[in-house]
Design a protein around this ligand. Structure first.
Ligand code: FAD
Length: 315
């Protein structure tokens, strides 16, 4: 790690009146160099790595009143969610990740990322698949457009597509609950107080009973289909639903992107679902470009982290 490049984000430090001021932060990476860090300073939490996940953890810790230092080895915060201009001078763009939908809506809301500069531009159309014979398939968030586009290749597929989307939506709702709930960990509570042990039992009971309720709502056949989707190759799922290769090939991209697996790999069905689970502006499965590139995501989260410290100053 080059000390010259290392950036340090300090959040929540002033809540307890014993931290640094970070008020003069430039956008998009409000941070300090190591020489500005006071020696002997103690932190409640130190996050190694200022990717968007580390920054989000720092923001929530800062909101909980903790002093946090995020240590980032690069000269810019954000990890793979960065906008940079050093590759092509004069142009600033997403250098690695480039599309967003999986950032949880609760996180966008709770950290007020829109107020901190996050602006999502829904991707429409979502895909364009050209064919060698001159035909093409254009898909997007518009159900009517999808119907007529898919119908160019297969009327049967055009009929099946809304039912396919409806089933995935059901599964996504089940996953929403799992993803947005704290995991029911098997905690070692031997030395915990009676109250903490009771609270732990209640938390777990609430989680499992809510999950059971959602599973019951799905019904037996849907649960079989759900586990089939999670465990099967995406090719099996898509072959069961559709007959047209152009549509299946287009949808299969969601099953292989970002993974070292092919459409015939067992489990790639889950990857397919994973890339539909997100949303933009309440629209399921819709991905978005971020104004200013993906660095704007990291910038907004780091601003929320810093503000969580400053906002409480004087309380
Ligand atoms: C090519 C590519 C394209 C992608 N495209 C998309 C996309 O379009 N949309 C999408 O949602 N996801 C995409 N992803 C996935 C997404 O980028 C990652 O899931 C996400 O960036 C993970 O975030 P993170 O904060 O956990 O880690 P990272 O973004 O990897 O951040 C980790 C940070 O820690 C720092 N670090 C590591 N070790 C140390 C250390 N010892 N000391 C100090 N700092 C350290 C690193 O420099 C880095 O800044 C893509 C991934 C890749 C590789």
């Amino acid at each position: 790690m080059s000390p010259a490049a290392t950036r340090i984000l300090l959040a929540g430090a002033r809540r307890r009146g014993r931290g640094l001021s970070t008020s003069a932060e430039p956008s998009p990476s409000p941070s300090l160099s190591p020489s500005q860090l006071p020696s002997g300073k103690r932190w409640d939490a130190v996050v190694i790595g200022g990717g968007h996940n580390g920054l989000a953890a720092a923001a929530y810790l800062a909101r909980a009143g903790r002093s946090v230092a995020v240590l980032e080895r690069r000269g810019v915060l954000g990890g793979a969610a960065v906008s940079e201009s050093d590759l092509v001078p004069g142009f600033r763009f997403s250098r690695c990740s480039y599309l967003l939908s999986l950032l949880r809506p609760a996180l966008i809301r709770e950290l007020e990322l829109e107020r901190h500069g996050l602006k999502l531009l829904p991707r429409s159309p979502s895909s364009f698949t050209p064919c060698l014979d001159g035909r093409y398939l254009l898909l997007g968030p518009d159900a009517e457009l999808n119907r007529s586009e898919i119908g160019k290749f297969s009327k049967k597929d055009a009929e099946a597509y809304p039912r396919y989307e409806e089933q995935l939506e059901k599964f996504c709702k089940l996953m929403d609950f799992v993803i947005d709930s704290p995991p029911p960990e098997l905690r070692q509570l031997y030395h915990a107080s009676m109250v903490d042990r009771m609270k732990d039992k209640v938390d777990k009971s609430v989680f499992w009973s809510k999950l059971l309720g959602l599973v019951m709502q799905q019904g037996q056949q849907d649960m079989v289909n759900f586990f089939d989707l999670l465990l099967s190759p995406a090719s099996k799922i898509l072959n069961n639903w559709f007959e047209g290769d152009v549509l299946k090939a287009t949808l299969a991209t969601d099953a292989v992107i970002g993974t070292m697996a092919g459409v015939n790999t067992p489990g790639s069905g889950y990857v397919l679902l994973h890339h539909i689970m997100g949303e933009t502006g309440g629209q399921r499965g819709v991905w978005a470009y971020v104004e200013g590139g993906m660095g704007s995501v990291s910038s907004a989260i780091s601003k929320a982290a810093l503000e969580a410290g400053f906002a409480s100053n004087g309380r």
